[in-house]
Design a binder for this molecule. Structure first.
Ligand code: NA7
Length: 533
């Protein structure tokens, strides 16, 4: 007999988990959300490193199911920082009265399908057992940090921290010699924020990034009223664009003259957002030549800012195309390297060999003495959050083993072999690559809620994707993914940052609107590709 019996367990109390909990409770399910954190917010709880902020516009990184909820919160900036975002998710939890059904500080250790009872037995880190019909994972795409990467980490005499485990009380950086490993979207935010606070900053760079300047105006009452007045328009458009943002690709590259292309790129660059990536020319993802021309446009902008040829060599990408992995927005990031207290160290050909008590040692023996090491080294994206839980489905399926061989899902909503496990933010659905995360998470959570409603009204108790249904989705996904230049560039987008991870473009690249249509069509056709019993 389990300690607790529920209709549904939601793992995670971030953007997806909060909304899923709300919807299932509204349906009358006995549901509870569990989260390892001490507060709600998911990614916006964990990522409290210096400089953490949105690079989706705040007014679109939003729930759109409730006008009052949307209009009850006012943003202070176009791209606000982590503290404000965490406060917003706390506002959501309170406004929807969710806290009474959220159990914090609770790690989910295992979930085992009982074939006789057709239910999941979930066990927490404290040994609590929960018997539940549905297991709904809202664990986030980027929540399993890559922390243990170098020999000797435990012996470091100073403080070593992964960005997503930044302590609430902060870390004293003033007067310190600080090393940052990693210059992805996270590393860039950290570097540009702490450069003038620390005594010495050493940045270890393996792969340079295309940098796009962010324009981040403050919002007063007029700006807030203006974006709130667009609620109906945003609700009507965001779910249907290619990326879940308010803008979309409009012009074909070949329809414009070189001057017109340049004018368009300049105009969009000036917007100071991810528009250059997500709404300039769709051909940057399919046509090597267009990719190269747009990449060169961005390189030119970077060269003009950096000037110093050595820095240009170190900091400007040359061997992959703009937008084929995550494009970061930055604020004076490149200019940081002009400071006397900042040094960039190339570690592509001379990798970090180990951490020693004094600091970081490269393969050639060069040592950098440090007081603090910040690992902005990313995540085991999409799969890591679930493979770190011992999930056992029917007939001997173990998720860690299944995904260790081949990462497959049905529309990112379920996995064959795991009945009644419904997933969000896992591979083969739109997510952080080419998607405004809240748009895609709303689609997925709403689909799950409707699937459960359908089952309850039709007297069904178990849902599972068929092997054929899953194979068809994987084939469709791969066809689009393999034609996309993203598939050729190493990054978490293809899992290449995790040793041994099977390579597959993790996010669905067919477009947020098209994905939504496909999932709704499957549901309308009586859950085509799924078996309901
Ligand atoms: P990313 O984008 O995965 O970046 C991780 C960074 O860490 C990247 O620069 C890596 O270089 C670097 N890294 C990882 N391992 C090493 C080693 N061993 N040596 C040197 N450098 C290393 O993670 P972020 O947290 O920045 O961003 C994740 C997402 O969060 C982002 O896409 C947004 O959606 C929000 P590499 O490129 O692998 O050479």
């Amino acid at each position: 007999m389990a300690d607790t019996t529920l209709d549904a367990v939601v793992i995670g109390a971030g953007v997806a988990g909060l909304y899923e909990l709300h919807m299932l409770r509204e349906q009358g399910l006995d549901v509870r959300a569990y989260d390892a954190a001490t507060g709600v917010g998911g990614t916006w709880y964990w990522n409290r490193y210096p400089g953490a902020r949105f690079d989706s516009e705040a007014y679109i990184y939003q729930y759109l199911f409730d006008e009052e909820l949307y209009k009850g919160w006012s943003w202070s900036q176009r791209f606000p920082g982590q503290a404000e975002i965490e406060q917003w998710l706390n506002y959501v939890a309170d406004a929807l009265d969710l806290r009474r059904d959220i159990q914090l500080s609770t790690v989910i250790e295992s979930a085992v399908w009982d074939p006789d009872r057709q239910r999941w037995l979930v066990t927490t880190g404290d040994g609590e057992t929960i018997d539940t019909q549905f297991l709904i994972t809202c664990c986030g795409m980027l929540s399993a940090p890559m922390t243990d990467l170098f020999p000797g980490q435990a012996d470091f005499a100073g403080q070593l921290v992964h960005t997503s485990r930044w302590p609430k009380e902060g870390i004293e950086l003033t007067g310190k010699r600080v090393g940052v490993i990693g210059n992805g979207a996270t590393g860039i935010q950290v570097i540009q924020t702490i450069a003038d606070e620390v005594d010495e900053l050493t940045v270890f760079i393996r792969t340079p990034q295309y940098a796009l300047p962010m324009k981040n105006p403050s919002y007063g009452p007029d700006e807030v009223a203006a974006y709130k007045s667009r609620f109906d328009e945003l609700r009507a458009t965001l779910p249907h664009t290619f990326t879940g943002f308010e803008y979309d690709f409009t012009d074909a590259w070949e329809d414009l003259t070189p001057d017109e292309r340049r004018a368009k790129l300049e105009d969009i660059y000036d917007n100071g957002s991810l528009k250059l990536w997500l709404a300039s020319f769709a051909e940057i993802f399919s046509d090597e030549q267009v990719s190269e021309e747009v990449s060169e446009f961005v390189r030119e902008k970077m060269r003009a800012r950096l000037q110093d040829p050595d820095l240009c060599d170190l900091l400007i990408p040359s061997d992959y195309g703009f937008g084929t992995h995550r494009v970061p927005l930055e604020t004076d990031y490149l200019e940081v390297y002009h400071r006397d207290n900042v040094k960039a160290v190339a570690v592509k050909d001379n990798p970090i060999a180990k951490i020693v008590p004094e600091g970081i040692e490269l393969t050639d023996g060069t040592r950098y003495e440090l007081d603090v090491i910040i690992m902005a080294t990313g995540f085991d994206a999409g799969t890591g959050a679930l493979t770190r839980i011992d999930i056992r489905g029917r007939d001997g399926h173990v998720l860690k083993e299944d995904w260790g061989r081949d990462i497959r899902t049905t529309m990112g909503l379920m996995v064959h072999g795991y009945p009644n496990m419904l997933t969000t933010a896992v591979p083969l659905a739109p997510s952080a690559a080419l998607c405004n995360m809240t748009t895609c998470l709303q689609q997925q959570t709403e689909w799950i809620s409707e699937a459960i409603r359908h089952m309850r009204t039709h007297g069904k108790s178990v849902i599972e994707p068929t092997a054929e249904g899953e194979a068809a989705w994987v084939a469709h996904h791969d066809e689009l993914a393999d034609a996309n230049l993203i598939s050729k560039t190493n990054s978490w987008y293809v899992g290449s940052n995790v040793p041994g991870k099977p390579r597959r473009v993790l996010s669905y690249v067919g477009g947020v609107g098209a994905y939504r249509e496909a999932t709704l069509e499957a549901a309308a056709a009586g859950y085509k590709g799924f078996a309901l019993n």
